[in-house]
Design a protein around this ligand. Structure first.
Ligand code: MBD
Ligand code: FE
Length: 248
């Protein structure tokens, strides 16, 4: 989908070296900005927003199973593990529409994979990730579920909100300078793995999000769009999404 809204510029080597478009003032500004990215602790953020999608595309080009996409900077290993069904840890009265996510993990030969692990993390209704924003319980909206003997799993959580990447540091400064926006569409992050199979890192998106077509991180793919339905009990939404893993 569309990359880098508003970016139509290309650097061109001048025919006359005397008209070199780079000045020392520009070099100094670039150097100061690079140093600031480090001082702000934003190298993981900057690289995952602007570079990781290219790496992911190349690294996973030969896969036959489910599409993946970038991991981003907010994964935390070791979330609480449940069997077959998990309700993600959340705060008392956690804001957001309840979401029940069911699915099955299979091999490319369509064999259901028992004891596969679905590791999920996402932000809450105001767009903060636990362990990367102050004031949230350690494992808020993070969890792992192991599939049952038929490869099935159930995750109970809330729908995440659209996410604005931090605008107060060096990454925000370059986004403003370029006149881009800092939004990602609402998304669930997942890492799905099983013995003897390749781990897949992916994200899933919700139809109708205003940023599905101009994600600042260029990580939306049509295969990753969910199809949520109103829940039978009228309290939220249900969604089904299956994963197909390549052999290791
Ligand atoms: C995110 O939540 C994210 O998923 C990415 C890729 C970058 C920054 C924040
Ligand atoms: Fe994210």
């Amino acid at each position: 989908m569309r990359a880098w809204p508003g970016c139509a510029h290309r650097w061109r080597r001048p025919d006359d070296p005397g008209k070199c478009p780079v000045t020392y003032a520009e070099y100094d500004a670039f150097k100061a900005w690079l140093i600031q990215v480090g001082e702000d602790g934003e190298w993981p953020l900057f690289l995952d927003v602007f570079v990781e999608h290219v790496i992911e595309e190349v690294a996973n080009a030969a896969r036959e199973g489910s599409k993946g996409t970038i991991e981003g900077p907010f994964y935390a290993p070791g979330a609480p593990l449940s069997h077959r069904e998990v309700t993600l840890p959340m705060r008392e009265g956690e804001a957001g529409t309840p979401l029940q996510f069911r699915g099955q993990v299979c091999s490319v030969a369509s064999t259901p994979l028992a004891n596969a692990t679905v590791d999920i993390w996402h932000c809450g209704d105001v767009g903060f990730y636990s362990q990367f924003a102050p004031g949230l319980p350690e494992w808020n909206l993070r969890g792992r579920v192991a599939t049952d003997e038929n490869g099935n799993f159930v995750i109970n959580t809330i729908q995440p909100a659209p996410y604005q990447i931090p605008t107060d540091g060096a990454t925000g400064a370059i986004i403003r300078a370029a006149n881009w926006h800092a939004w990602r569409p609402a998304h669930l992050h997942l890492r799905v793995s099983a013995p003897d199979h390749l781990l897949i890192t992916t994200q899933l998106y919700f139809p109708g999000d205003p940023h599905n077509d101009d994600d600042i991180a260029t990580a939306v793919k049509p295969e990753l769009m969910l199809d949520p339905k109103p829940a039978a009990d009228g309290t939220g939404v249900d969604v089904v999404y299956d994963f197909v893993l390549d052999p290791a």
